[in-house]
Design a binder for this molecule. Sequence first.
Ligand SMILES: [Zn+2]
Length: 175
Amino acid sequence: MSKGIPEFIDLMRLANLGGHFQGAIKIAGMPRLSELLAENKGQIEIDVQFGINEQNRPYYKGSAHGQVLLPCQRCLEVIPEDIDVSFELLLAGSEYKYKQLAEENDVFLIDRVPASFFEIIEDELLLGFPEVYKHDESECSATEFMKDKLEVQMNEKETKKANPFDVLKDFKLDS
Ligand SMILES: [Zn+2]
């Protein structure tokens, strides 16, 4: 329907109108997501449909996908990763309604009009965000570094073990 995705929307109104948005949101426009990334370049493609379902409940559903640049948790180099989430939520205009619906559905509580569309999408992306992101050990440039570090630690331990009498020698000299 619309090329530009509006940052703020009236959810109930869109549900009643059967609004539909297809387009892209810049990753830089989503600060909480950006914070987790190596770079906030690029954009997320979204497709979101609003409507009223058979039970006469307002809802929105859709998907969001795009490539993000993750910092490898071991070496911090950039890993391009595709994220792809889909969602379907009922709309609740009050906390009472929210509690009623939330037992069996994903529900969005409308606590502001208009609501931030970017934040809604950002929430979904954060929910679908990978918990672990690092290169395979064979590809990660931290692997060699870690190996070296481990070897040094091992050698230090062995050296300490090998000379237990050094301490004794000093003790004797002091007394
Ligand atoms: Zn790595």
